[in-house]
Design a protein around this ligand. Structure first.
Ligand code: ATP
Length: 430
């Protein structure tokens, strides 16, 4: 498949099949904001579940958190975002697009006149308070990890955790991105899955911990079926490394829109965060080592985007089966929005419908996420399940009534197999 068109094809499939819709379409749209439809919310939830399972449930030394989007505004001064998260930019007076100045006079997008350079802060501001007079400036969080730092001591004091240990969180983040683009790759509202691992301040240990989490995070993508040839690590150069980072590497995926792009960052943040919050809050966020010395822990962070992972899974699983002239998503089975679809061969034959309902109800009872479809012809039903990545379709036909056998079709091979109803659950579970 010509790779250049792949993103367009995915955007179209995502809308057609209920994964992702552009926001506020009835009002003419709202740039760079997206809504997740019935299929999308399932895929997204499954991505988050898989991450939580891997990062929290499988580990005795990582716990979860769900902190608020609003935080004390000082948080963002301490984090360095109020000063460090802003860019000096010019804005087009006509189309209002913003660009890094680069000494140009006219807008590269529409030829309009550009403003003088101004400072645009990437943090999204809000006003808190009931009356106009009492409103004070607040920020929608620009990253979820700050909520983790602010609760570091609460977690330490309210659980059995001792350093080294980690806190994981999934949640929304907001940034006034200058050039949001490439569908859900870069948007102004997005979700992050972040884990902060607190360790004693020690260079060697920090390096070991950093290497460990790098590999663990890469494995997560690989275990969910992402093509290893399309994944790589890339170390940040000195210039691009964030103000807080002692070491930073990205997990990159080779996209059809401009090649290798960041999907996750692994950072050694040193003692930057807890030192800064200690300083700005006046509270000592250090901890007592067994030998009685008080130290500020270092932090190794893994920071992934839910929406970017979602896009990676779509890009990587999108397949064109030329022989059978079909598109299918070869999504990992733990991520699929629907696990099994059940069809009566004909949507107007009562015996078939009632038998199919029996099969459907039993699968639901057994815990499968199942979908019912009795519209149109069977080929079209297969086609629509292929496009959302449903691993198996079960068809109830006249043979079923006679022999108690159903036809099970496999998504990836399109091969159909007869399976006895008594063995269906076992077959699908396997
Ligand atoms: P980029 O260089 O692409 O702007 P970043 O280095 O600013 O990303 P981080 O601050 O390290 O990103 O955020 C961690 C992760 O959060 C990113 O790897 C990405 O998956 C996700 N992320 C960051 N910004 C966005 C955005 N605007 N839209 C969607 N996901 C984002």
């Amino acid at each position: 498949m010509a790779d250049e068109n792949k993103l367009e094809k995915i955007i179209s499939l995502a809308k057609r099949r209920g994964f992702v819709y552009p926001s506020s379409e009835i009002y003419g749209g709202y740039a760079s904001v997206y809504d997740y439809g019935p299929r999308g919310v399932e895929l997204k939830n499954n991505i988050k579940k898989s991450w939580w399972n891997e990062m929290v449930y499988k580990r005795a030394d990582v716990v979860g958190l769900d902190s608020a989007i609003f935080m004390h505004p000082k948080t963002w001064e301490a984090s360095g975002h109020v000063e460090g998260f802003s860019d000096s930019l010019v804005e087009c007076k006509k189309c209002h697009h913003r660009f890094k100045s680069d000494n140009q006079k006219t807008c590269p997008d529409c030829g309009g006149e550009l403003t003088e350079e101004k400072n645009f802060n990437l943090l999204v501001e809000a006003k808190m308070g009931v009356t106009d007079e009492a409103k004070s400036k607040a920020y929608l969080r620009g990253e979820t990890c700050q909520g983790i730092y602010l609760n570091f001591q609460n977690v330490l004091n309210s659980t059995r955790q001792k350093i080294p240990f980690g806190i994981a969180q999934i949640g929304k983040a907001f940034r006034n991105e200058i050039t949001p683009k490439n569908f859900i790759f870069r948007t102004r509202e997005f979700e992050q899955m972040e884990m902060q691992f607190f360790i004693p301040p020690d260079k060697k240990l920090a390096q070991e911990t950093f290497d460990y989490w790098k590999q663990e995070r890469l494995n997560w993508y690989l275990n969910l079926g992402i093509d290893s040839k399309k994944l790589r690590f890339r170390e940040h150069t000195n210039d691009e490394r964030a103000h807080y980072a002692l070491a930073a590497e990205d997990i990159e995926y080779n996209t059809p829109f401009g090649g290798w792009k960041e999907f996750e960052g692994i950072h050694n943040r040193g003692d930057w965060d807890l030192s800064r919050h200690s300083k700005y809050s006046g509270k000592d966020l250090g901890y007592l080592e067994p030998d009685g010395t008080r130290v500020i822990p270092w932090i190794i962070e893994t920071s992934a985007g839910v929406d970017r992972a979602f896009l990676m899974f779509l890009l990587d699983s999108y397949k064109h089966d030329k022989d059978k002239n079909r598109i299918y998503l070869s999504l990992h089975k733990s991520l699929v929005p629907v696990q099994v679809a059940v069809f009566p061969l004909l949507g107007n034959k009562l015996e078939l419908i009632s038998k199919a309902k029996e099969v459907f109800d039993n699968l639901v009872k057994q815990g499968f996420i199942a979908e019912w479809d009795d519209r149109g012809n069977i080929g079209k039903r297969y086609y629509s399940q292929d496009e959302i990545g449903t691993p198996h379709c079960v068809t109830i036909d006249f043979d079923t009534l006679e022999k108690n056998e159903v036809t099970v079709r496999d998504r990836d091979t399109a091969i159909q197999e007869k399976v006895s109803i008594d063995k269906l659950v076992k077959y699908l579970k396997k």
